[in-house]
Design a protein around this ligand. Structure first.
Ligand SMILES: C[S@@+](CC[C@H](N)C(=O)[O-])C[C@H]1O[C@@H](n2cnc3c(N)ncnc32)[C@H](O)[C@@H]1O
Length: 255
């Protein structure tokens, strides 16, 4: 049975840093632990999938709520990945609920093929996308997982005047993609470290009063889906021109 975390597990990040050292949470989204806990209590997932494991910290947090957490990485250094995830899942007592998968391949295309094949026949009720920060990779992950109907994007960081003081890196293409989705996403968290939640109209969690009450507290993107699609197209075109320019530059450079 899944369960809600007890009060004693209120700060997983702090506990792991105390037992395994400060590096354990580097690059982890666990600094948004309170936002995750509020969401997980409202949505109540049972079979979760995460893209982007790193040291396994967010997977351990999810395993406090879900019955089973599958987590995928492309792990450039598999030994370090295994060492960290082994320690984190043992220290957090979550190893029995976590199913790790390392995508096979030596480049992005092979890894994506491996990931897609792994995901093809598996069913999940909640997904967390926190792997690559390249727009087309996020879109690829979303397409692999769309049918699970409830997807949390770790990064919602558009350009814009309201973000001028924010030092976090911007991902305008990812934000434009999220804004283009139907039904419209919900925004979670603080200004500079915002996440976005997309839920299909027919996802069963929408029937839970706790989910409805939680969703009512959240903001929605201000840009219309049509405007977002136009922005996404413009950004993709600019990106494609840049790549073509770099390829031509390299060819001339070699001669
Ligand atoms: C930001 S870290 C994940 C942090 C983790 N979710 C947490 O909060 O503790 C990103 C991870 O995604 C992996 N990654 C990068 N691109 C990926 C892709 N296309 N598919 C799957 N994993 C990817 C990286 O190897 C890295 O371990």
């Amino acid at each position: 049975m899944s369960h809600s975390a007890s009060a004693s597990s209120a700060s997983l990040g702090r506990r792991l840093r105390a037992s395994l050292g400060p590096e354990v949470t580097e690059g982890s989204s666990v600094d948004q632990e309170s936002e995750f806990r509020a969401l997980l209590e409202a949505i109540h997932p049972q079979r979760m999938i995460e893209i982007g494991t790193r040291h396994g910290v967010s997977a351990a947090l999810f395993a406090e709520y879900a019955d089973e957490v599958t987590t995928i990485d492309i792990a450039l250094s598999p030994d370090s990945y295994r060492e960290w995830t082994g320690k984190v899942w043992a220290a957090s007592g979550t190893a029995a609920k976590i199913r790790p998968f390392l995508a096979a391949g030596t480049n992005g295309k092979e890894c994506n093929a491996s990931k897609a094949a792994f995901l093809r026949d598996r069913e999940f009720d909640f997904a967390f996308i926190d792997g690559s920060h390249i727009t087309r990779e996020v879109i690829f992950d979303f397409q692999c997982l769309r049918r699970c109907g409830c997807i949390l994007f770790h990064d919602y960081k558009p350009e814009g005047r309201s973000f001028a003081t924010c030092t976090n890196e911007r991902y305008p293409g990812i934000a434009a993609f999220i804004d283009s989705l139907s039904p419209r996403a919900y925004l979670i968290g603080k200004h500079c470290s915002m996440m976005a939640l997309w839920i299909a109209e027919d996802h069963p969690c929408r029937n839970r009063p706790e989910t409805q009450a939680f969703l009512e507290t959240l903001a929605r993107p201000s840009r219309s889906p049509m405007a977002a699609r136009a922005d996404l197209f413009r950004l993709q075109l600019t990106g494609a021109w840049r790549r073509i320019g770099r390829t031509i530059g390299k060819r001339f450079g070699r001669k």
